[in-house]
Design a protein around this ligand. Structure first.
Ligand SMILES: [Zn+2]
Length: 274
Protein backbone atom coordinates (compact mmCIF):
# COMPACT_ATOMS: atom_id res chain seq x y z
CA UNK A 1 0.00 0.00 0.00
CA UNK A 2 2.70 2.45 1.11
CA UNK A 3 4.82 1.48 -1.94
CA UNK A 4 1.94 2.15 -4.33
CA UNK A 5 1.48 5.59 -2.90
CA UNK A 6 5.22 6.26 -3.20
CA UNK A 7 5.19 5.25 -6.86
CA UNK A 8 2.14 7.27 -7.78
CA UNK A 9 3.54 10.27 -5.94
CA UNK A 10 6.77 9.98 -7.90
CA UNK A 11 4.72 9.65 -11.08
CA UNK A 12 2.78 12.74 -10.15
CA UNK A 13 5.94 14.75 -9.50
CA UNK A 14 7.47 13.62 -12.81
CA UNK A 15 4.30 14.44 -14.78
CA UNK A 16 4.06 17.84 -13.14
CA UNK A 17 7.70 18.56 -13.92
CA UNK A 18 7.25 17.59 -17.59
CA UNK A 19 4.15 19.76 -17.78
CA UNK A 20 5.87 22.81 -16.28
CA UNK A 21 8.90 22.29 -18.52
CA UNK A 22 6.81 22.06 -21.70
CA UNK A 23 4.91 25.20 -20.68
CA UNK A 24 8.20 26.98 -20.17
CA UNK A 25 9.50 25.76 -23.54
CA UNK A 26 6.43 26.93 -25.45
CA UNK A 27 6.70 30.30 -23.73
CA UNK A 28 10.37 30.62 -24.68
CA UNK A 29 9.79 29.60 -28.32
CA UNK A 30 6.90 32.08 -28.60
CA UNK A 31 9.07 34.88 -27.29
CA UNK A 32 11.89 33.99 -29.76
CA UNK A 33 9.36 34.56 -32.57
CA UNK A 34 9.97 31.70 -34.95
CA UNK A 35 9.59 32.57 -38.65
CA UNK A 36 6.00 32.36 -39.87
CA UNK A 37 5.08 29.38 -42.05
CA UNK A 38 4.35 31.50 -45.09
CA UNK A 39 7.94 32.75 -45.23
CA UNK A 40 8.83 29.29 -46.55
CA UNK A 41 6.23 29.37 -49.35
CA UNK A 42 7.33 30.04 -52.97
CA UNK A 43 11.10 30.11 -52.37
CA UNK A 44 11.59 31.62 -55.85
CA UNK A 45 9.36 34.59 -55.08
CA UNK A 46 12.13 37.02 -54.18
CA UNK A 47 13.62 40.05 -55.85
CA UNK A 48 17.38 39.71 -56.04
CA UNK A 49 18.91 42.01 -53.46
CA UNK A 50 20.98 44.79 -54.98
CA UNK A 51 21.71 48.26 -53.71
CA UNK A 52 18.48 49.70 -52.46
CA UNK A 53 18.92 53.45 -52.78
CA UNK A 54 15.59 54.93 -53.82
CA UNK A 55 15.80 58.02 -55.96
CA UNK A 56 13.42 60.87 -55.43
CA UNK A 57 12.88 64.22 -53.87
CA UNK A 58 15.43 64.24 -51.10
CA UNK A 59 15.35 67.67 -49.49
CA UNK A 60 19.07 68.41 -49.86
CA UNK A 61 19.31 67.82 -53.60
CA UNK A 62 17.64 69.77 -56.38
CA UNK A 63 16.11 67.34 -58.80
CA UNK A 64 13.81 67.53 -61.75
CA UNK A 65 10.25 66.88 -60.63
CA UNK A 66 8.99 63.55 -61.88
CA UNK A 67 5.49 62.53 -62.84
CA UNK A 68 4.62 58.87 -63.23
CA UNK A 69 1.58 57.73 -65.20
CA UNK A 70 0.29 54.45 -63.82
CA UNK A 71 -2.52 52.29 -65.19
CA UNK A 72 -4.27 49.66 -63.05
CA UNK A 73 -6.26 46.58 -64.02
CA UNK A 74 -5.06 46.03 -67.59
CA UNK A 75 -4.36 44.62 -70.06
CA UNK A 76 -7.69 45.45 -71.65
CA UNK A 77 -9.26 46.39 -74.96
CA UNK A 78 -8.26 50.00 -74.29
CA UNK A 79 -4.54 49.33 -73.67
CA UNK A 80 -3.53 49.43 -77.37
CA UNK A 81 -4.93 52.98 -77.63
CA UNK A 82 -3.18 54.01 -74.41
CA UNK A 83 0.07 52.64 -75.85
CA UNK A 84 -0.45 54.51 -79.13
CA UNK A 85 -0.99 57.80 -77.29
CA UNK A 86 2.01 57.25 -75.00
CA UNK A 87 4.14 56.57 -78.07
CA UNK A 88 3.02 59.82 -79.69
CA UNK A 89 3.77 61.71 -76.47
CA UNK A 90 7.15 60.06 -76.00
CA UNK A 91 6.19 58.93 -72.49
CA UNK A 92 7.03 55.66 -70.78
CA UNK A 93 4.48 54.59 -68.18
CA UNK A 94 3.82 51.89 -65.61
CA UNK A 95 1.11 49.23 -65.90
CA UNK A 96 -0.03 47.38 -62.79
CA UNK A 97 -1.54 44.36 -64.46
CA UNK A 98 -3.99 41.65 -63.50
CA UNK A 99 -4.39 38.10 -64.82
CA UNK A 100 -6.20 38.12 -68.14
CA UNK A 101 -5.85 35.09 -70.31
CA UNK A 102 -7.51 35.95 -73.62
CA UNK A 103 -5.20 35.78 -76.61
CA UNK A 104 -5.62 39.50 -77.26
CA UNK A 105 -4.74 40.42 -73.66
CA UNK A 106 -1.67 38.19 -73.67
CA UNK A 107 -0.57 39.88 -76.90
CA UNK A 108 -1.17 43.30 -75.32
CA UNK A 109 0.88 42.39 -72.24
CA UNK A 110 3.72 41.41 -74.57
CA UNK A 111 3.36 44.73 -76.39
CA UNK A 112 3.52 46.75 -73.13
CA UNK A 113 6.78 44.99 -72.35
CA UNK A 114 8.25 45.30 -75.86
CA UNK A 115 7.54 49.02 -75.97
CA UNK A 116 9.64 49.50 -72.86
CA UNK A 117 7.03 50.37 -70.24
CA UNK A 118 7.26 49.02 -66.72
CA UNK A 119 5.06 46.09 -65.82
CA UNK A 120 4.13 46.04 -62.16
CA UNK A 121 2.04 43.35 -60.50
CA UNK A 122 -1.45 44.14 -59.22
CA UNK A 123 -3.36 40.90 -58.60
CA UNK A 124 -4.12 37.76 -60.55
CA UNK A 125 -7.77 37.47 -59.54
CA UNK A 126 -8.36 41.04 -58.31
CA UNK A 127 -10.88 39.54 -55.85
CA UNK A 128 -10.38 41.57 -52.69
CA UNK A 129 -12.18 39.15 -50.35
CA UNK A 130 -10.06 36.26 -51.56
CA UNK A 131 -6.59 37.81 -51.66
CA UNK A 132 -6.87 39.77 -48.42
CA UNK A 133 -8.14 36.81 -46.39
CA UNK A 134 -4.64 35.87 -45.22
CA UNK A 135 -0.96 36.27 -46.07
CA UNK A 136 -1.01 32.78 -47.61
CA UNK A 137 -3.94 33.71 -49.87
CA UNK A 138 -2.24 36.93 -50.91
CA UNK A 139 0.99 35.12 -51.75
CA UNK A 140 -0.80 32.43 -53.77
CA UNK A 141 -2.48 35.07 -55.92
CA UNK A 142 0.68 37.15 -56.28
CA UNK A 143 2.73 34.09 -57.18
CA UNK A 144 0.27 33.09 -59.92
CA UNK A 145 0.47 36.57 -61.44
CA UNK A 146 4.25 36.74 -61.14
CA UNK A 147 4.58 33.42 -62.99
CA UNK A 148 2.11 34.44 -65.69
CA UNK A 149 3.88 37.74 -66.38
CA UNK A 150 7.27 36.05 -66.41
CA UNK A 151 6.11 33.39 -68.88
CA UNK A 152 4.89 36.06 -71.30
CA UNK A 153 7.56 38.75 -70.93
CA UNK A 154 10.58 36.71 -69.81
CA UNK A 155 11.22 39.34 -67.17
CA UNK A 156 10.68 39.29 -63.41
CA UNK A 157 8.52 42.12 -62.11
CA UNK A 158 9.95 43.87 -59.04
CA UNK A 159 7.25 46.36 -58.14
CA UNK A 160 3.59 46.00 -57.35
CA UNK A 161 0.46 47.83 -56.26
CA UNK A 162 -2.09 46.58 -53.76
CA UNK A 163 -5.67 46.48 -55.09
CA UNK A 164 -7.39 49.32 -53.26
CA UNK A 165 -4.02 50.63 -52.08
CA UNK A 166 -1.96 49.68 -49.05
CA UNK A 167 -4.64 51.22 -46.81
CA UNK A 168 -7.59 49.36 -48.35
CA UNK A 169 -10.51 48.67 -46.06
CA UNK A 170 -11.03 45.03 -47.11
CA UNK A 171 -8.02 43.51 -45.38
CA UNK A 172 -7.94 43.31 -41.59
CA UNK A 173 -5.27 45.69 -40.31
CA UNK A 174 -3.18 42.86 -38.84
CA UNK A 175 -3.34 40.86 -42.10
CA UNK A 176 -2.45 43.90 -44.21
CA UNK A 177 0.51 44.74 -41.97
CA UNK A 178 1.76 41.16 -42.25
CA UNK A 179 1.34 41.09 -46.06
CA UNK A 180 3.17 44.40 -46.53
CA UNK A 181 6.01 43.27 -44.27
CA UNK A 182 6.32 39.89 -45.99
CA UNK A 183 6.33 41.37 -49.51
CA UNK A 184 8.93 43.93 -48.48
CA UNK A 185 11.04 41.19 -46.89
CA UNK A 186 10.98 39.42 -50.26
CA UNK A 187 12.40 42.52 -51.91
CA UNK A 188 9.26 43.83 -53.64
CA UNK A 189 8.33 47.51 -53.45
CA UNK A 190 4.71 48.66 -53.54
CA UNK A 191 3.52 51.95 -54.94
CA UNK A 192 0.36 53.83 -54.01
CA UNK A 193 -0.43 57.20 -55.64
CA UNK A 194 -0.95 60.88 -54.85
CA UNK A 195 -2.98 62.01 -57.87
CA UNK A 196 -6.17 60.29 -58.96
CA UNK A 197 -8.22 60.74 -62.15
CA UNK A 198 -11.36 59.08 -60.75
CA UNK A 199 -11.72 57.22 -64.04
CA UNK A 200 -13.03 54.12 -62.25
CA UNK A 201 -16.42 55.57 -61.39
CA UNK A 202 -19.62 54.04 -62.76
CA UNK A 203 -20.01 56.04 -65.93
CA UNK A 204 -17.01 56.87 -68.08
CA UNK A 205 -16.23 60.57 -67.71
CA UNK A 206 -15.49 62.82 -70.66
CA UNK A 207 -11.79 63.64 -71.18
CA UNK A 208 -12.51 67.18 -70.00
CA UNK A 209 -13.95 65.98 -66.66
CA UNK A 210 -11.04 63.59 -66.20
CA UNK A 211 -8.60 66.42 -66.82
CA UNK A 212 -10.36 68.60 -64.22
CA UNK A 213 -10.24 65.67 -61.78
CA UNK A 214 -6.49 65.27 -62.27
CA UNK A 215 -5.84 68.99 -61.86
CA UNK A 216 -7.98 69.16 -58.72
CA UNK A 217 -6.23 66.13 -57.27
CA UNK A 218 -2.77 67.58 -58.00
CA UNK A 219 -3.64 70.96 -56.50
CA UNK A 220 -1.13 72.00 -53.86
CA UNK A 221 1.22 69.15 -54.78
CA UNK A 222 3.10 70.68 -57.71
CA UNK A 223 6.27 70.93 -55.64
CA UNK A 224 6.82 67.17 -55.44
CA UNK A 225 7.01 63.98 -57.46
CA UNK A 226 3.62 62.72 -58.54
CA UNK A 227 2.28 59.22 -59.11
CA UNK A 228 -0.91 59.48 -61.14
CA UNK A 229 -3.49 56.71 -60.94
CA UNK A 230 -5.50 55.84 -64.05
CA UNK A 231 -7.39 52.69 -64.93
CA UNK A 232 -6.90 50.49 -67.95
CA UNK A 233 -10.33 49.05 -68.44
CA UNK A 234 -12.31 48.18 -71.58
CA UNK A 235 -15.32 50.18 -70.36
CA UNK A 236 -13.25 53.32 -69.71
CA UNK A 237 -12.74 54.39 -73.28
CA UNK A 238 -12.00 58.05 -72.53
CA UNK A 239 -8.83 57.47 -70.50
CA UNK A 240 -6.47 57.49 -73.55
CA UNK A 241 -8.04 60.77 -74.75
CA UNK A 242 -7.15 62.75 -71.63
CA UNK A 243 -3.48 61.78 -71.62
CA UNK A 244 -2.20 64.46 -74.07
CA UNK A 245 -3.75 67.24 -71.93
CA UNK A 246 -2.41 65.72 -68.72
CA UNK A 247 1.12 65.35 -70.07
CA UNK A 248 1.10 68.89 -71.48
CA UNK A 249 -0.17 70.34 -68.19
CA UNK A 250 2.51 68.76 -66.03
CA UNK A 251 5.29 69.43 -68.53
CA UNK A 252 4.28 73.10 -68.45
CA UNK A 253 4.60 72.90 -64.66
CA UNK A 254 8.17 71.67 -64.86
CA UNK A 255 7.62 67.94 -64.76
CA UNK A 256 9.38 65.19 -66.60
CA UNK A 257 7.44 61.97 -67.22
CA UNK A 258 9.09 58.72 -66.31
CA UNK A 259 8.26 55.11 -65.61
CA UNK A 260 8.49 53.63 -62.13
CA UNK A 261 11.34 51.22 -61.54
CA UNK A 262 12.42 49.51 -58.33
CA UNK A 263 14.75 52.51 -57.79
CA UNK A 264 11.87 54.98 -57.66
CA UNK A 265 11.08 56.33 -54.22
CA UNK A 266 7.65 54.91 -53.40
CA UNK A 267 4.52 56.61 -52.19
CA UNK A 268 3.03 54.31 -49.54
CA UNK A 269 -0.11 55.09 -47.56
CA UNK A 270 0.97 52.50 -44.99
CA UNK A 271 4.71 52.02 -44.58
CA UNK A 272 5.80 48.40 -44.22
CA UNK A 273 6.96 47.32 -40.76
CA UNK A 274 10.53 46.03 -40.89
ZN1 LIG B 1 -7.28 47.40 -59.32
Amino acid sequence: MYRTIRISRRLFVTTAAVFVLSLLLSFVSASIRLPKGYTRLYPGLYVSAEEDEKQGDTPDTVQIKKAYLTFDDGPSGVTPRILDVLDELGVKATFFVIGRNSEADVETLRRIHEEGHTIGLHSYSHEYQKIYHSVEDYLADFHALEQWVFEITGERAEIFRFPGGSNNSTAKKSVMTAIAAEMTRRGYTYYDWNVIAHDDKKAAYSPEVLFQNVKASAKGKLDRDLILLFHDNATRKTTPDVLPQVVEYFRENGYEFDQITSDTRPIQFQKPKK
